[in-house]
Each structure stands twice: as C-alpha cells, then as structure tokens.
Write a protein that binds this ligand. Structure first.
Ligand SMILES: Nc1nc(=O)c2c([nH]1)NC[C@@H]1CN(c3ccc(C(=O)N[C@@H](CCC(=O)O)C(=O)O)cc3)C=[N+]21
Length: 300
C-alpha cells in the first residue's frame, strides 16, 4: 500500500510560512502584499476557486481585491483593468482566472500582465526564465510549483537517476512541470495525446505525473511498483445516485487500484489542488519582496 500525501497539510505549512513572511515584510518595509484576481463570467467552479483564493489571501494578511466582469465583457474592458492593475503600486500579483469566455483572447491578456506581477508564471518572460534554468529570477506557475514541493518532500532536492513521466504538455502545467523536474536532474519524458505506448512509458516512471483531464485514466498496470504518483486532474463526475446536480471529484489516476502499486500517491481532492492556492500566495509574497528590494523567502 502506498503512502498517501496529505496536500492540505503541506499547503497549510506553506501558508504558515507565507503568513510569517508577510508579517516580517510589512514590519520591515511597510509593504503589504497585494493580490488581484480577475474573473470573467459566471462559471460556478471558477467562482468557487476564485473565492478560495481571495479567502486564503486575506488569511495570509494580504491586500486582496477581486474584479468580476460579466460574461459579455469585451477585450478592451479586460485590457483596461489589467493596465490599471499593472500601474497600481499596491498590487504585486495579478491572476486572470482561466479559461476566459471564448470571444476573448486570453494569450494577449496574459502577455499584457507585467512579468513581475504574473503570479501564474504564464508570461513568456517567466516561462523563458524557467525554460533556461533561472528558477529563482522569475515566477513559476502555481500548480507545477506545488506539485514539485510534494515531489521534493518525497525524494529530496536531487532527482539524479530517477525517471519522470509527465502526461500533459500545457503551458499552465505540463511544460513547466517537465522543466522543474529536469532542473532537479530527473530524466524527463513529456507524454501527450499523440504519444504511442503511453502505458508502457508510464510503467518506467519512478515519478509519474498525470495532468490530462481524463477521469481515472491512469490504471494500476501503468504504475511501476513503488513509484511516486502525482495526480493533477480534477474531474467532476456526475453522482446522480446522490441526487440531481451532485458530483464527486476524481483525478486522472484510478486511485483505489494505483494506491496498491505505488510507493507514494496524492489523492483528489486533498492533494495537488490545495498546493496550487498555497503557491499563488507564495508567488505573491515573493513578488512583494522583490518590489520592496528584499530577498524573497524560498518555499519548500
Ligand atoms: N489563471 C489561472 N490559474 C490557475 O491556477 C487556475 C485557473 N486559472 N483556472 C482554474 C484552475 C484550477 N485551479 C485549482 C485551484 C485549487 C484547487 C483546489 O484547491 N482543489 C481542492 C478542492 C476542489 C473542490 O472541492 O472543488 C482539492 O483538490 O482538494 C483546484 C483547482 C486553479 N486554476
């Protein structure tokens, strides 16, 4: 039986470190970290995530603001808000909740965020710093940064000799996750929807990271005995037996069978998800330190 990683508990330890760093920074410089979250439209799941982010920001002692735009908002309206937040001295982090409604161009919005305020790590400057191995100069996308902390707490800082397989190649997760594993000396394979013999490739992984958005796709037969399995999927499955409109959350990993084969495994919920929010807070307090001319703390 694998050890189950308690992502909530690790996230709580990161959040505590963020709170201390926030108090110390404010005492030292008078600067209070400011986080702005921008959300467009009415999607209930997106509103739930944004609510959780704003709540945690307040709990960390941040100045937390939220802009909510209607589904029909124009590109110009959204761009105007980002411009104002770019210029706002009290705001150190800007997060535009994704996905945006289809009529909006999310890439042009994301690239208009000042890189030093891009707490999602999606600006090409931050993506480029990560890709070139400058791990401390930019901001790293929150979900891979959080998943990497779980990997480090299992394997330590140096992954030399370990093979890692990341299923998924998105800019938000798969690519930055592969870059972080590579920077830690793992031998990394980035697999995706066109990969052949996916199960065979996964079976070689000492560290298997699944971020595909397909409920319970990774089966026990894909997992090397003793492997570390990190499940990044969050899929809502209708649970009609419990009544209309109810759902349960499952990951991309068939947990109940993979837990029998893996050495360490993350659950869904309570695994990587809480780490994402914790790393958003960490990135915001890092950005605030840099703005104040202070060396930011390291979170691990
Ligand atoms: N610009 C942008 N940046 C993001 O980082 C971003 C985004 N847009 N859009 C949506 C996704 C999703 N996301 C999650 C954050 C926390 C949990 C989380 O805390 N999950 C809990 C519970 C989830 C629940 O109960 O619904 C868990 O897994 O235990 C999940 C998912 C951030 N995202």
């Amino acid at each position: 039986m694998a050890t189950k990683i308690d992502g909530k508990q690790v996230a709580a330890s990161i959040n505590d470190a963020v709170k201390s760093a926030t108090l110390a920074l404010e005492k030292d410089t008078g600067v209070k970290p400011g986080l702005a979250v921008v959300i467009v439209g009415e999607d209930p799941a997106s509103h739930a995530y944004v609510g959780a982010k704003s709540r945690m920001a307040r709990e960390c002692g941040f100045n937390s603001i939220q802009h909510t735009l209607p589904e029909g908002a124009t590109q110009e309206e959204l761009a105007t808000i980002v411009e104002a937040l770019n210029a706002d001295e009290t705001i150190h982090g800007i997060l535009v909740q994704l996905p945006l409604p289809r009529h909006l161009n999310s890439d042009s919005i994301i690239q208009s965020i000042r890189p030093e305020k891009d707490v999602d790590g999606l600006h090409i400057v931050n993506a480029g710093k990560l890709a070139t191995g400058d791990l401390d100069g930019g901001l790293v996308s929150c979900t891979p940064a959080g998943a990497m902390i779980l990997v480090r707490r299992t394997h330590g800082e140096d992954l030399s000799g370990l093979s890692a397989v990341v299923i998924g190649r998105s800019n938000l997760f798969g690519k930055p996750m592969s870059a972080l594993l590579l920077a830690a000396n793992a031998t990394v394979t980035t697999a995706h929807s066109r990969t052949e013999n996916l199960s065979g490739i996964c079976r070689n992984a000492d560290i298997l990271v699944a971020a595909v958005g397909r409920p319970e796709m990774v089966r026990a037969s894909w997992v090397k005995s003793g492997a570390t399995v990190i499940d990044v999927g969050i899929n809502r499955i209708a649970a009609s037996e419990r009544g209309e409109g109810t759902y349960r959350l499952v990951g991309d990993v068939a947990f109940d069978e993979c837990v029998e084969v893996a050495g360490v495994i993350t659950p869904v919920p309570g695994g990587v998800g809480p780490m994402t929010i914790a790393m958003l807070m960490a990135n915001t307090v890092i950005a605030a330190h840099r703005k104040a001319g202070k060396t930011p703390p390291k979170f691990s």
